[in-house]
Write a protein that binds this ligand. Structure first.
Ligand code: GLY
Length: 306
């Protein structure tokens, strides 16, 4: 019997100001429309999470693709991962500067490479060799972020203090999906943190940290301050809680408690199992999220029941 599809997306967890809520909600809803279009016609969870994340990478609102934070040198450097819960195949890219849609290259790696992960120029070369157009880094930079970096650097914060503040924008994007065949998948994409050192890699593209999918456990995507998330291998930690028999809703909340209590980390998470049970949680003031099932569609800038 075919499964009822489910799709959830997030667009960053932080102290999202009132005047930015609308753009974020619109962005995550657009991502749901794209991903649901795939699932609705019987497409795979893998295609659905890719389609949803591409929409958010293309949307300047989010810290992914064009419009991302700039690193210390004023460049966009992007990371992304996609993972298939049916086969555990995965594709990831890190520190790429010339890809409009890193998640598309990640998907290409998953499908066509014996390797899992490419970084920097090697990832861009892989993309070009597989027919993907490279862009200029300047094409990914928006004036808002030039000003954002200028102000941040002018504040002359001591080194390291810029790593995380809930007041800073943390708009990493991600998606988890269940398809009619009963398979789950996850994808996460980010421009990382504002003023990061060139070459700094976050959690988003690391398997088990910012993204994970296994039909036997759960599909997970995280957002927030990458360093604590990767130290805790948080996506896999959460999937393991689901494997132990806990509901995704409980595991999502528990992951945020663990992140906060163990390392004072801040962020958000979406979790989905192959039975269609899901969880959405964050320990930041707000997180942009959206969800669609056969019977309901919902979105928000805050999960109220935490
Ligand atoms: N979570 C995104 C990053 O820290 O790079």
């Amino acid at each position: 019997m075919p499964n009822n599809p489910v799709l959830a997306v997030h667009g960053g967890a932080w102290a999202l100001p009132d005047d930015m809520v609308e753009a974020h909600i619109r962005g995550v809803r657009n991502a749901i429309s794209a991903g649901w279009g795939v699932l609705g016609r019987g497409g795979t969870a893998l295609d659905a999470v890719e389609a949803a994340v591409v929409i958010m990478e293309d949307d300047d609102t989010f810290d992914a693709g064009r419009g991302s934070f700039l690193n210390r040198d004023g460049k966009v450097q992007l990371d992304a991962l996609i993972m298939d819960g049916a086969t555990l195949r995965a594709g990831g890219v890190g520190c790429v500067e010339r890809l409009r849609n890193p998640v598309r290259t990640a998907r290409k790696i998953l499908t066509e490479s014996p390797h899992v992960y490419f970084v920097g120029e090697g990832a861009e070369r892989f993309a070009a060799e597989h027919g993907m157009e490279l862009c200029r880094n300047e094409d990914l930079v928006v004036p808002r972020e030039i000003e954002h970096l200028r102000r941040h650097q002018a504040d002359a914060a001591p080194p390291g203090s810029e790593l995380f503040s809930a007041e800073l924008n943390h708009d990493t994007v991600g998606a988890v999906a269940l398809d009619r065949h009963g398979n789950i998948a996850a994808a996460t994409s980010t421009g990382g943190t504002l003023n990061k050192a060139p070459g700094r890699l976050g959690d988003s593209s690391l398997i088990g940290c910012g993204c994970y999918a296994d039909n036997q456990t759960a599909a997970v995507s995280t957002t927030g301050w990458g360093e604590p998330i990767m130290k805790l291998v948080l996506a896999k930690w959460t999937a393991d809680r689901v494997a132990a028999g806990n509901l995704p809703e409980w595991a999502a909340k528990e992951a945020m408690n663990y992140l906060e209590q163990r390392l004072k980390g801040q962020g958000g998470i979406i979790v989905l199992n192959a039975q269609g049970q899901f969880g959405i949680a964050h320990n930041t003031p707000r997180m942009a999220w959206a969800l669609k099932t056969m019977t309901k569609e919902d979105s928000g800038a805050k999960v109220e029941n935490r």
